[in-house]
Structures are given as C-alpha cells and as structure tokens.
Design a protein around this ligand. Structure first.
Ligand SMILES: Cc1cc2nc3c(=O)[nH]c(=O)nc-3n(C[C@H](O)[C@H](O)[C@H](O)COP(=O)(O)O)c2cc1C
Length: 156
C-alpha cells in the first residue's frame, strides 16, 4: 500500500491512504454546539483520505471536559450537519468518533453531577482539566446494569 494511493475501506473509496486521527479541539460552545470555526477546521483537512472527528459526547452524562461537542440534541446535530456537508462538498470522507467519558471527567464540567463508571474507583496520580484549572479525579458513582444498557442505547 502506498500512502497517496486510493484505498477501499468497507464501502468507502478513500482518495488516499492518509487518515486524520481524532483530536479533541474544545471549540464547541457551552451547549456542545460546534460553530463555523469547526466547519472551517475540518474543511481545511479534506486532503486526507479519511477524517475521524474529535470525540463527540453521546449524551449529557457523557460529557467530561469543557467545550467538547455533543450530538444528542437537534442544535448539536445541525452544527455537525454543516461540517459534514462542507467536508463532502470538498471531496472528503468523515466519520464521527462517539464517546462517553465515564470516570474521565469532573463534576465541575458536569453541572455538579458526579462522574459515572462501572466501579467506584477514582483515577489516581493524574488530574483533569476543568474551567477552574486542573483538579484531582473524583470517585465515580457506580452505574446500575440498566444505566449501562441506556448508555448502549445512547450510542445507537
Ligand atoms: C490534542 C489531541 C487531542 C486528542 N483527542 C483525541 C480524541 O478526541 N479521541 C481519541 O481517540 N484520541 C485523541 N487523541 C489521540 C490521537 O488521536 C492519537 O491517537 C495520538 O495523538 C497518537 O497518535 P500517533 O501515534 O500517530 O502520534 C488526541 C491527541 C491529541 C494530541
């Protein structure tokens, strides 16, 4: 395989074999809606054969860091549709990276809600970026099995 050669992945024909890795930009607004700046950012990168978007929150509970975008309400979807339209018009291929941040978040960026995880085990030896600076990780609230099933539905 040569880097500049076209490549087929699944049912997508990529114009070359370069892929852009997902990179969190923290450029959405406080409601998780991306702006024209994000449209410009991805449009400028359509020379890559494949773009994987920055990680996108699948629900309010999924949010872990400030100014990360979501795709769980209509305003957020409308913002992403401007991005995908512009990327497609410029010959690019883009896929969304979906995420739920689990315990890798902080109540300061979750409207006071404790982060959630399968176990009540905090991350040690690292800190998390918040609007109020770096903070120690908190002990997450344990999810019920039903809540885990709901998160799977949020991904869908
Ligand atoms: C600023 C920045 C933001 C990133 N955000 C994400 C992200 O949202 N999702 C993800 O899976 N990886 C993220 N990564 C990791 C990159 O996608 C990539 O895996 C990492 O930089 C290592 O790539 P490399 O081995 O080609 O250097 C981020 C990396 C950087 C530098």
């Amino acid at each position: 395989m040569k880097l500049l050669e076209s490549q087929k992945i699944g049912n997508q024909i990529l114009k070359n074999s370069m892929a852009m890795a997902p990179m969190t930009r923290s450029r959405a607004n406080l409601n998780g809606v991306v702006s024209d700046l994000t449209v410009l950012y991805y449009t400028q990168r359509t020379s890559a054969g494949l773009i994987i978007s920055e990680a996108i929150n699948i629900s309010k509970q999924a949010v872990g860091s400030p100014l990360t975008p979501g795709i769980y309400n209509q305003d957020q979807i409308n913002g992403w549709e401007k991005v995908t339209k512009a990327v497609h018009e410029n010959g690019g291929v883009i896929y969304a990276q979906l995420w739920h941040t689990g315990r890798v978040g902080h109540s300061l960026v979750k409207n006071g809600e404790q982060p959630v995880a399968p176990s009540a085990v905090a991350i040690e030896g690292q800190q998390h970026f918040t609007m109020e600076g770096m903070k120690d990780y908190e002990i997450p609230r344990v999810l019920t099995t039903e809540e885990v099933e709901n998160i799977v539905q949020d991904y869908k």
